[in-house]
Write a protein that binds this ligand. Sequence first.
Ligand code: ADP
Ligand code: MG
Length: 456
Amino acid sequence: MDIHDTWQAALNEIELSITRANFVTWFKNSFPVKKENGTVVIACHNGFTKEWLEKRYHKIILKALRDIDEDVKSVEYIIHPAARKQEHRIAHKPAVIVEPDIAPLDLGGITVDRDTNLNARYTFDSFIVGSHNELAHAAARAISENPGIKYNPLFIYGGVGLGKTHLMHAIGNDIKARFGQKKRIKYVTSEQFSEDLVEAIRKQKMNEFKRTFRAIDVLLIDDVQFFAAKDKLQEELFHTFNDLHTKNKQIVFSSDRPPKAIPSIEDRLRSRFEGGMIADISMPDLATRIAILKAKLLQKQASLDEKTLEVIAFAVQKNIRELEGALNRILTYAAIKGRDPSPKEVETILSELTHPNAKTVTAKTILKTIVEFYDISEDGIMKQSRAKELVKPRQVLMYLLREVLKLSYPAIGGKLGGRDHTTVIHACEKIGEQLEYDMQLSQEINAIKEKIYYAA
Ligand code: ADP
Ligand code: MG
């Protein structure tokens, strides 16, 4: 393997252990320059990125490289002007780069349209439909055929890595293919919407901001659970929404939970979210997971035997992004060995992967994540209060301390201000039983777990 293949394989690995946003921000423009005497040199497009890679991601990077190539002893980071030219691209197959004066990399990476922010890779064609996403998919299709008429707004919710973003881009790409220039389409994450707004306020360009967003025919806003409480932001979103909605312009929102479970959202906005069609995406069943793996293989023009696919689909159940990551990992392994791995090898590879950050999760991470998720105070959850809005989060906390950290019941009681271990047992059992039938709770706990693992 040359250094570019090694780096690519390492990126596949890294992508799994950090959030998508961080991955894109810190890794999309970086590429390997050379490997010499066991030292890999990585080029970054500015000092800021270099610093982050050095300070925050060095360990992950080194480990990922070493997992693939044992000869790697250290990693160095340099600032390299060529890295700047890769904006809006994630290089999938970097060109051979040796000397400073380098052509921009144009290597079949993922291209994002600057105008609409749509990613051409996410289409209906590449979206596998199963019972877990049937409703959301049908609504998305209906909207694409007749934007603004049928379901407006469409609110899609579901756990991390289950296809919400994919579906939103698919709607945008399909409308673009059908209507061309006739429909102005814009995809934004809630963060981008906030950043644009803050920027507009700072530069005193609110009129322009309003004009831009209110001239849109199809507005897709991803991850609205991140809209912070009592914000100028929510107000602006509310007015943008009303303006577009009155004009029969299509609006699509996504979130990791239903509107009623987003604590930081104002009621008037919540009622707008709920005013159209709400569709959830749940976890795909085994057959669907296998179908997804097959579709990804086809895209990559690779193949693996049926048994191997089953083992992968069996091991990774709750997150399609991880499912893809697992597939990449197995394919890398196969490429290094020059043969398909045995089922046993597949299992070993996958067991290392299920939760790459599991070792660094602490009780504090779990507590912080839960407090944030339910928008309650740390103090409240630790105290004896029987208030209903605290009881459930507290039980979830006990349950996750047990499940994720495998702490003993008395140890958990101790961490929660000296509660009796029987209280802890009761809480863990109650949540465990409820999970059997309560989809909503199961999605909440999954969302929390994802956050725990990715925050660590
Ligand atoms: P979310 O936004 O819900 O966190 P994404 O839309 O980013 O999830 O999906 C994560 C990954 O899984 C993406 O690479 C996406 O293409 C893939 N994926 C999700 N659902 C499907 C599906 N039904 N068919 C094919 N690929 C899927
Ligand atoms: Mg998403």
